[in-house]
Design a protein around this ligand. Structure first.
Ligand SMILES: C[S@@+](CC[C@H](N)C(=O)[O-])C[C@H]1O[C@@H](n2cnc3c(N)ncnc32)[C@H](O)[C@@H]1O
Length: 240
């Protein structure tokens, strides 16, 4: 969906002390920006930050960094967090960045122990799947940041993305800890409901979700050598 440009977003982001620009500057030093050394959790593609704001408000003893590529949605996320936690929120930072270049922003010594991915774009078309935030191209980056046992919490409305992602996690050295094909019927709590989740749930679409943990397996980081779902070339001349 095309997002209308918000004139107020960039100036508000620039004036906000907890919006970090440029984020590359703090690679390896993110902990110095927080008041304490509480666990450090990352949200990728936070959008308007509806779930983010509720999660930050509920968990004052966790430090958060939420990232999105769009300044327009980050403007909304900033306002939502400020409304939920106050303008002087101590445990949240926002940054505008392309997650495909996450390794330039965060280092293993930053101590990220959990990553949230909520309703990332499904990129269904062949040749575009590499852009999925759960594709091994991205998972190998996240894996380098996390300790063994570090977690990725992922949820989506999209069946194909969820099915493929289970395989992506497996080949990238993550094991499932908990998986559900219907989050809202599962009793999982607290579930911080995002803007997209609200929309899909209202349309009656079951929300698929899971928690994956980094294993100590040694993996080949060259994902181009892996056989991944949907990445094989289309058969020439129809059905093989
Ligand atoms: C479908 S929206 C979901 C937003 C929110 N998590 C939710 O559940 O409502 C996906 C978000 O990911 C962001 N995004 C997509 N690709 C990205 C990338 N490579 N780097 C940073 N953000 C990205 C988009 O700007 C968008 O805000």
């Amino acid at each position: 969906m095309h997002m209308r440009k918000k004139k107020w977003a960039r100036p508000e982001l620039a004036a906000c002390p907890w919006v970090i620009d440029p984020p590359e500057h703090y690679r390896g030093r993110w902990l110095s920006l927080f008041a304490n050394s509480a666990p450090f959790h990352l949200e990728l593609g936070c959008g308007k930050g509806v779930a983010t704001a509720a999660m930050i408000a509920d968990n004052p003893f966790v430090n958060y960094l939420a990232i999105d590529i769009s300044p327009d949605v980050l403007g909304d996320a900033r306002r939502n967090i400020a409304a939920a936690c106050g303008e002087d929120v101590r445990n949240a930072l926002l940054a505008r960045a392309n997650i495909e270049q996450l390794s330039g922003i965060l280092a293993p010594e930053d101590g990220v122990s959990r990553i949230y991915i909520r309703f990332c774009n499904p990129w269904p078309r062949r040749g575009h799947k590499k852009r999925r935030l759960t594709h091994p191209r991205q998972l190998v980056q996240y894996r380098r940041l996390l300790p063994v046992g570090g977690e990725i919490w992922f949820k989506t409305d999209d069946d194909e993305l969820f099915r493929d992602s289970k395989r992506y996690f497996e080949v990238s050295g993550f094991e499932p800890v908990w998986i559900t094909e219907d989050l809202h019927a599962s009793g999982f709590s607290p579930n911080y409901v995002s803007e997209h989740e609200l929309r899909f749930a209202a349309a009656g679409i079951p929300i698929k979700a899971g928690i994956w943990r980094k294993t100590d397996a040694v993996i080949d980081e060259d994902f181009t050598r892996w056989e991944l779902p949907g990445d094989r070339p289309a058969p020439v001349g129809g059905t093989p």
